[in-house]
Ligand binder design. Structure first.
Ligand code: ADP
Ligand code: ADP
Length: 225
């Protein structure tokens, strides 16, 4: 029951090899960390999984679909939280969620039904009617998670979600990500920080120079260091 199955992924940009042969299989419901230094190929791998970048070589199946051939289906079921999520700064948090959900084709009554619970879950109810321009980075990341909750995504791919957050906000966000997983969401979490991935990931894929040098549990990783 594979949520993600990538084989032999390679991405070249001219003479730069961003990803040099990545195989990645993720089971439904798993939380997998992509750990490695900046430039190791994590983001490029993610963009290929999402079908936002075409691989030079290799293939991707995500929820059984080819993201290059079935982009709409993949976009519906797979959520992506990039490093810095873009919002409409002059709209409130609630308006941002409602607008994005409406744009994605969600009926108005379903938006009404889900928005309160999503805001509650990420603990933004108290500030939901303030403009996003007043939000801290942590609040923005939580609003991004609320969007994934609204859409009821089966897979969430998060790229450096805790960058720029203080330790307390980091822990809070990781707790929320973990609770998404407890609701059955499959999660990929890219970070250059071991402490971020080790606390909530079932398995960790260690990226180095465009390759996965190791994939396994945190205990297996510790045995190798
Ligand atoms: P990470 O997410 O692990 O920091 P990236 O996937 O962003 O790594 O980058 C991997 C390598 O590919 C880096 O050397 C980066 O400079 C290069 N790279 C990524 N995207 C591009 C691009 N669009 N054009 C040229 N080189 C790129
Ligand atoms: P974080 O980056 O996790 O939001 P902060 O220290 O910026 O951490 O905020 C802690 C809490 O204070 C937030 O969760 C929020 O409830 C409240 N808060 C912070 N900034 C604002 C703001 N501009 N308007 C309203 N509430 C805020």
């Amino acid at each position: 029951n594979r949520a993600i199955d990538a084989k032999g992924l390679v991405k070249r940009y001219g003479s730069t090899i961003a990803v040099a042969g990545v195989d990645l299989a993720v089971n439904a419901g798993e939380v997998v960390g992509l750990l490695g230094p900046n430039g190791a190929g994590k983001t490029t791998t993610i963009l290929m999984l999402l079908g936002l970048t075409e691989p030079s070589e290799g293939s991707v199946r995500i929820l059984g679909k080819d993201p290059l051939r079935q982009p709409l289906e993949v976009k519906q079921e797979v959520g992506y939280l990039p490093d810095a999520v873009g919002f409409y700064e002059t709209m409130t948090g609630r308006e941002n969620l409602a607008y994005t959900a409406r744009l994605a084709g969600m009926p108005q009554d379903l938006v009404r039904e889900r928005i309160g619970a999503a805001l509650d879950k990420v603990r933004l109810s108290g500030v939901a009617d303030r403009r996003v321009a007043t939000y801290s980075r942590g609040m923005r990341q939580r609003l991004g998670l609320a969007e994934l909750l609204m859409r009821n995504c089966r897979v969430a791919i998060l790229d450096e979600p805790t960058s720029g957050l203080d330790p307390q906000s980091t822990q809070e966000l990781l707790g929320l990500i973990q609770s998404l997983s407890q609701h059955g969401m499959t999660i990929l979490l890219a970070s250059h920080m071991l402490n971020v991935v080790q606390s909530i990931c079932h398995r960790i894929a260690l990226f180095n120079e465009g390759k996965i040098g190791f994939i396994g549990t945190i205990e297996e990783l510790a045995d190798r260091i």
